[in-house]
Design a protein around this ligand. Structure first.
Ligand code: SF4
Length: 167
């Protein structure tokens, strides 16, 4: 059975920076959960950050690629550099995915770790900028398809393609 890495907060785990979860009750997601396909993972907690924790954003809208290449940092509103935690979490997520043969992930949009199409821009004003989060980028770099919680039909289609190719 094809397994799917998912943001732990989407599974109802209270691991977000504000101490809350962000559960989804979409029927596709719930079916996958009941089938035992889902592997919940929170890169920020696994990377060593507490719950709750200060928010953090990629500085100056410079993007996750710049962070991976050491050209940008991830900071809290007070300017504390938390990049090392985010990098550790992203690498741990990749390791978990590769270890379990994961080829598909559903991650939480807008997060500096899990965002897929957008992340906050580093101004802490709620402004978003195009581009993936750090974990998403690392997974994509290793051939894993990543969808947001709003793209479950597309993720289901991809899952069907992967399973058909295996049949
Ligand atoms: Fe959810 Fe990802 Fe943020 Fe963890 S790092 S709380 S899994 S969005």
């Amino acid at each position: 059975m094809e397994r799917i890495l998912v943001s732990a907060c989407l599974m109802g785990r209270a691991v977000r920076f504000d101490g809350r979860a962000k559960p989804t009750d979409h029927e596709i997601f719930l079916r996958w959960r009941d089938e035992g396909r889902l592997i919940p993972f929170c890169p920020e907690v696994v990377g060593g950050l507490p719950v709750p924790r200060p928010p953090a954003e990629i500085e100056d809208a410079r993007g996750a690629r710049a962070v991976l290449e050491g050209r940008a940092r991830i900071r809290t509103p007070e300017g504390r550099d938390v990049t090392a935690f985010f990098l550790a979490g992203a690498r741990a997520a990749l390791h978990a995915a590769l270890d379990q043969g994961v080829r598909l992930a559903v991650l939480k949009e807008n997060s500096p770790s899990c965002g897929v199409h957008r992340v906050f821009d580093g101004s802490f004003t709620g402004t978003r900028t195009p581009g993936p989060g750090l974990t998403t980028l690392l997974l994509q770099d290793h051939g894993i398809d990543v969808f947001t919680e709003d793209e479950l039909p597309q993720a289901r289609k991809r899952l069907a393609e992967l399973e058909a190719a295996e049949a």
